[in-house]
Design a protein around this ligand. Sequence first.
Ligand SMILES: NC(=O)C1=CN([C@@H]2O[C@H](COP(=O)(O)OP(=O)(O)OC[C@H]3O[C@@H](n4cnc5c(N)ncnc54)[C@H](OP(=O)(O)O)[C@@H]3O)[C@@H](O)[C@H]2O)C=CC1
Ligand SMILES: O=C[C@H](O)[C@@H](O)[C@@H](O)[C@H](O)C(=O)O
Length: 309
Amino acid sequence: MAATSFKLNTGAAIPSLGLGTWKSGPGEVKKAVSYALSIGYKHIDGAYCYANEDEVGEGLKEAFGNGVKREDIFVTTKLWCTYHSRVEENLDKSLKSLGLDYVDLYLMHWPVPMNPNGNHERFPTLPDGSRDLVKDWSHTQTWKEMEKVLATGKVKAIGVCNYSVKYLEELLPHATVVPAVNQIENHPSLPQQEIVDFCKSKGIHITAYSPLGSTGAPMFSAGPIVEVAKKRDVSPACVLLSYHIARGSSVLAKSVTESRIKANMELIKLDDSDMKTINGYSEDLKKSGKLVRYVYPAFGVDFGFPDRS
Ligand SMILES: NC(=O)C1=CN([C@@H]2O[C@H](COP(=O)(O)OP(=O)(O)OC[C@H]3O[C@@H](n4cnc5c(N)ncnc54)[C@H](OP(=O)(O)O)[C@@H]3O)[C@@H](O)[C@H]2O)C=CC1
Ligand SMILES: O=C[C@H](O)[C@@H](O)[C@@H](O)[C@H](O)C(=O)O
């Protein structure tokens, strides 16, 4: 059986599988959250930036009304870029929307501060259309603010997203608290082995996002995924999600479709031969410079990922 949870450096357990909520639209996400929790999901991943936390909160409320206990589930949300110097303020907004008094994990969404007083609350731009970034505030300062909210008890653990080895090497000398999690894009077309290994060596747990290749699940048709799925008599989704559990990572899958939310709960223990097939595919893409990164927002910043500057 595949592991159902992993231990964080805080001592808490993070469930292996979480329901993603990015791009889960109005009228969809309440139902998705409530349904997922009713069939046994234990982890909901949200973010202030997704602009749907009110409805995620309605889904949580419905689930609690149906007997799900707060202490039995794990809720993650994220600090948005326009709030890097106002961490507690952004956290309080998320908690209010979610209807919670704490989250289990609070993540810095991207290591890039954006103008808190710009022309848009979430996505401020300059006259040339580029993102309005703050140049005199560093992500290491943001981390110190994240550490402060840990002391309030409103978050049980803090972590980061979208951190390359380069950015982690900048952060760690300033950190009193080592991030519990680094949430990164991860799938066989973007294995990010160097970050996975680095995080392991520092006790930072990896959570994989966009495991299906994000919108439309394009990873389903990758040859070796289909091959392993046929061999194991499971779906491509099952292979793509189970791949992370085999690597010691947790994984987030987004869906607003009940049948898919349910299907994505099927996780198996991939064996060495399955992993060899998948890793061979990743190696070939790496050698030929064909790794695929589906999520790379237009910050105009080099995040230090070897596949993309
Ligand atoms: N920290 C960060 O910067 C980021 C975090 N994330 C988090 O990770 C989560 C997952 O990543 P995301 O990018 O959403 O993409 P996923 O890789 O989870 O793919 C989601 C897409 O796959 C479809 N899908 C899901 N399950 C199935 C299935 N069994 N069969 C067929 N299609 C399926 C969904 O369709 P449908 O919904 O229509 O059913 C949707 O179009 C996010 O929702 C978010 O919570 C994601 C990106 C960045
Ligand atoms: O979590 C999902 C992604 O990181 C998403 O929040 C960003 O891609 C955002 O839409 C942006 O454009 O910066």
